[in-house]
Design a protein around this ligand. Structure first.
Ligand code: FES
Ligand code: FES
Length: 1004
């Protein structure tokens, strides 16, 4: 039917089907700022203003919108200069979001901007609570909402004339938060909050940073620079994978298994193929049978090969049965209904404890299965690790006390607001282009080649902006579907997961049952520490070995014991990773380490309390220190030869000191008066701590590449294969290049990633981008800087207006090459000269880097909670995290990582969990049943960075992205114990579990 919409003041005549949503209609007209995040009106990513009211356009019919005024971010504001044309510039909200670091992936940003605009029109001076309430309709999985809320308050002040754009953090504010020379530990640092102990989210965007002295003279590294993609994202530009138009685009859908375990006896797709508008239907009989792994990892993939694009067997409810491509999503859905499948239903396994029973049904009986190390499909075993460090039995024999218990951690989902999405098409040279929302473009190219029957050189993978990944997009999971259909039809194909598909068919965190056994002497020395982890990989072994390996490698490395045990720790880690008939687990931010720290840190707390030790002192007495060996580095390296590694930097003690002061530990811990809430006898307050460590990259394996070229105006192009998935890696890599080159960040255009044009990079995972790809960028920039110095000397010496100079005397600053006497050549002169005049050359550098080490970041995580002892309801009031991530390249993006990570971890602590019914059907299928934190539910968050200078990196950095996932759940669990004696062994700490634990503590 024909309707006429009024969009951004323009009349827009469209053809829409009666059931078309406004979201679909707007996107079909190229209004790409309106995003798809769900289909059920829960995420808010599709928000538009209809008659000046925020509306979820996914559940609003296009026809309903006729005759109403529709506004989107496209008309909000634009850059002030666009060539010869000038505009009114960005709206203060857009400016504030860009400046403050409120944007990570930027997928939710247009919706937040519109909702905020509407609030400020109604209420020019809103309180923080009012801003949070307004933002509660737009879910963000990246930011923790701290900076978006601040941005709205700041924009409101600008619009009232009380502040200026660009004044979000003045030099004096930077001084207040950045404490120079403190990070080397050589002089005492101020404790606590620089604002006087009242650090609420309402008054700060910047984190507090205790700065290492090595950074004193740096101009770009360490500064709160605006993200290089921020301006693009606040304008809602079409930068994501689905923001792409292609004539003849087909829509893919996948027929899913209704059974947890079944053999496909027959498939009849004839009726589906005959349906008008259907371009192709593919079953296992139509495509080659190639075994592979969907885990996006380096070669060789450290895990079993146990997956086919389409198989003759299904192994979970939601597994693939057939692919359809059609002219519209509705026709594709109708075609799925017409495919007739006869199944032989097989017995299934849902409980990992039964997977290895001798009579258990076998999930993988296919002859093509390729083992990795000790995987054994005849026992449903995807991976097995056994690591002995020292002599565990002797350690237990030496102990005065043995503590043993089992802990359980749940399956949880990454929930990036942008679902998985891919577009494939043949280009004019018959090369297959895969435009995909991925963390691992180069792994996609390598892993898809054999599956599609194409040489690597005939595949080009383009990674545009990504709307969040969190490990979920380290999986080569949907690219083959669209690619097979493009090969079958010759036409471009888009495949975009629905939110339900995200829950029933995408990857998630491996759930585990973990048994801890720890020996302790009377003086609190740990003599032996053992962990057995039973990990559930679901129906396929994606990341099975490496995730579980990390559970031991990081979480069990932190406590080595003291005295002679510190010198020679006794640690044992054993894991079995088993198949069950549930959706596959996979990579999720933290990568096995959060699963390890729930048991380790709950266990340490229980031991400390049982033996009457202060929980902080007990931990620090036994924790790994600077100068000691990472104990697991002597024993395990993801299936490769281990390489002993010394901890060169460890700021854990300072992190504890800072965090403890910031949360007011000394006035609250063991203070029975503080625990009571006046006038609320059913409430108890509690405080808890967890100490954690992570890793930085995978030694001798993770590799990053970068290239930099100089242009004729003295600007630079930085090309990196590293994948910015909203973390700000393009920005921090640009800052490092700018620091070496002596130029500003905006004189450098960063681009990532396209397998045809950018150098190789293993992708965004293992917290490695700043460290590995950063070192590659520095390497490339140093080569460019050297050529600039040589060309500058030639120009200066030719001028003859002073003594001759050597390249070694030239320093680069402010886009100029300076001689010691102050004479200089501008970069624009050098660039122009090099490309057009004297001895022409392209000034360019290519660098790459592989690290021999994986220096761990350390952190102290604190939590304060209030527990309702009648209902078991837990409210987390405050989270403080003090982190040693080495040098902080950009405090805005780094603190955004910590705030967002703590928020994701908060869900893991208190409410997120995926559960299956006895038939293996998922209980959680949308964002109503699977609750993630919204802006109005957030506790106060505080981030403190304790800088150390990691000597293995030119800028002294370590990882930051994953460590905030590790400590929140155990710190919350320990705080609940402190509040009311409820001893929880399983997270999340949902009311029923807490209530039962309270009751059993009363019975004890
Ligand atoms: S609320 Fe509309 S896409 Fe999620
Ligand atoms: S920045 Fe909000 S979802 Fe990524």
């Amino acid at each position: 039917m024909k309707i006429e919409l009024s969009v951004n003041g323009q009349s827009l005549p469209i053809n829409a089907a009666p059931g078309d949503s406004l979201l679909r209609a707007l996107r079909a007209e190229g209004i790409h700022s309106v995003k798809h995040g769900c289909e059920t009106g829960e995420c808010g990513a599709c928000t538009v203003l209809v008659d000046n009211k925020p509306v979820n356009s996914c559940v609003h019919l296009a026809a309903q919108a006729e005759g109403h005024d529709i506004r989107t971010v496209e008309e909000m504001g634009a850059l002030p200069e666009l060539g010869w044309k000038t505009t009114a510039g960005l709206h203060p909200l857009q400016q504030a979001f860009a400046e403050s670091g409120a944007i990570q992936c930027g997928y939710c940003t247009p919706a937040m901007l519109l909702a905020s605009q509407q609030l400020l029109q109604k209420n020019p001076n809103p309180s923080e609570a009012e801003v949070r309430d307004m933002l509660s309709g737009v879910l963000c999985r990246c930011t923790g909402y701290v900076k978006p809320v601040q941005s709205v308050l700041h924009a409101a002040a600008v619009m009232r004339g009380e502040s200026k754009p660009g004044d979000m953090f003045t030099p004096s504010e930077i001084e207040r938060f950045f404490i120079p020379g403190a990070g080397d530990g050589s002089k005492p640092t101020p404790d606590g909050d620089p604002l006087g102990g009242n650090g609420t989210t309402a008054i700060q965007v910047l984190p507090r940073v205790l700065i290492a002295p090595q950074t004193d003279n740096w101009k770009k590294v360490g500064r709160p620079e605006m993200k290089v993609d921020a301006l693009r994202l606040v304008q809602g530009k079409p930068t994501f994978a689905a923001d792409f138009e292609k004539r003849g685009l087909l829509h893919a859908k996948v027929l899913k298994s209704p059974h947890a375990h079944a053999r496909i006896v027959s498939i009849d797709a004839s009726q589906a193929r005959e349906l008008p508008g259907v371009a192709a239907v593919l079953t296992h009989a139509d495509i080659p049978r190639v075994v592979y792994s969907t885990a996006g990892q380096s070669d060789p993939i450290p895990g079993p090969l146990d997956m086919f694009s389409l198989d003759t067997k299904v192994r979970f409810v939601g597994d693939r049965v057939a692919f359809v491509a059609a002219e519209t999503p509705e026709i594709a859905d109708a075609a799925l209904e017409l495919i007739k499948v006869e199944y032989e239903v097989l017995p299934h396994i849902l409980d990992s404890r039964t997977s290895m029973n001798p009579d258990a049904p076998r999930l993988h009986d296919e002859p093509e299965y390729v083992n990795f190390e000790e995987s054994d499909p005849s026992r449903n075993l995807a991976a097995h690790i056994h690591i002995d460090i020292g002599n565990i039995e002797q350690g237990f024999a030496d102990a005065d006390h043995i503590f043993e218990h089992e802990y359980v951690v749940p399956k949880v989902q990454q929930v990036s607001i942008e679902p998985h999405v891919v577009v494939t098409y043949w280009d004019e040279d018959d090369r297959l282009v895969i435009r995909t929302s991925t963390q691992v473009p180069f792994h996609v190219r390598r892993q898809m080649a054999p599956v599609l029957g194409l040489a690597i050189k005939r595949i080009r993978v383009v990674k545009p902006r990504i709307g969040g990944g969190f490990g979920g997009k380290q999986e080569v999971m949907i690219e083959d579907v669209a690619a097979h259909l493009t090969i079958a039809t010759g036409r471009p194909v888009i495949y975009e997961y629905t939110r339900e598909e995200e829950f029933i068919a995408a990857r998630s965190r491996h759930p585990m049952r973990v048994r801890m056994k720890t020996g302790v002497k009377n003086d609190g020395t740990i003599t032996a520490n053992a962990m057995y982890a039973l990990s559930d990989t679901g129906s396929y072994g994606c990341h099975a070995l490496t995730v579980a390996g990390n559970t031991g490698h990081k979480a069990m490395a932190l406590y080595v014991g003291d005295g002679k045990y510190r010198e020679s720790p006794n640690i044992q880690f054993i894991t079995d990773v088993v198949y069950t008939n549930t959706p596959p687990s996979g990579a999720f931010r933290g990568y096995g380490v959060p699963q390890g720290f729930w048991p380790v840190e709950r266990h340490m707390e229980r031991i400390a309390r049982a033996l009457g030790f202060d929980p902080i002192e007990f931990r620090l007495k036994n924790a790994l220190r600077q100068g000691e060996l990472q104990p697991f580095s002597t024993a395990w390296s993801e299936g490769r030869e281990p390489s002993p590694e010394t901890i060169m930097t460890n700021g854990l003690e300072e992190c504890v000191r800072q965090g403890r002061a910031a949360i007011g530990w000394d006035g609250k811990f063991a203070n029975s008066q503080w625990r009571e809430v006046p006038g609320r006898p059913h409430l108890r307050k509690g405080i808890g701590i967890a100490m954690v460590m992570q890793g930085t990259a995978i030694p001798y394996l993770d590799m990053g590449g970068a290239s930099i070229k100089m242009n004729d105006d003295g600007s630079f192009n930085l090309l990196v294969g590293a994948t910015d998935l909203g973390t700000g890696s393009d920005t921090v890599l640009g800052q490092m290049a700018a620091e070496v080159l002596g130029t500003s960040l905006d004189n450098l255009t960063a681009y990532s990633s396209d397998t045809d044009f950018t150098p190789f990079d293993k992708g965004a995972y293992a917290s490695s981008t700043t460290y590995i790809s950063g070192a590659a960028v520095v390497n490339a920039a140093e080569k460019v800087a050297e050529r600039i110095r040589i060309r500058a000397v030639k120009i200066l010496n030719k001028r003859g207006d002073g003594p001759d100079v050597d390249p070694g005397e030239i320093h680069l600053e402010a886009a100029r090459a300076y001689a010691l006497d102050g004479r200089y050549v501008s970069f624009s002169e050098i660039g122009h000269d090099s490309l057009h005049h004297d001895q022409q050359e392209q000034i360019m550098g290519v660098g790459s880097y592989v690290s021999p080490v994986a220096p761990p970041p350390f952190a102290a995580q604190f939590a304060e909670v209030t527990v309702d002892i009648e209902t078991g309801m837990v409210v987390v009031d405050k989270l403080v995290m003090a982190v040693d991530s080495g040098i902080i390249v950009n405090p805005l993006t780094a603190s955004g990582q910590i705030e967002g990570g703590m928020t994701q971890a908060l869900g893991y602590a208190v409410c997120e969990e995926m559960v299956y019914d006895p038939q293996g059907r998922a209980r959680e299928r949308d964002l109503r049943d699977y609750h993630i934190y919204a802006a109005h539910e957030m506790p106060e968050l505080e981030t403190i960075f304790v800088e150390t200078f990691e000597p293995s990196h030119p800028f002294g950095v370590k990882a930051v992205a994953e460590i905030p996932m590790d400590g929140v759940a155990p710190a919350v669990g320990n705080a609940i114990l402190d509040a009311c004696g409820a001893d929880l062994f399983e997270n999340p700490t949902i009311p029923e579990r807490v209530w039962r634990a309270i009751n059993s503590s009363r019975e004890r």
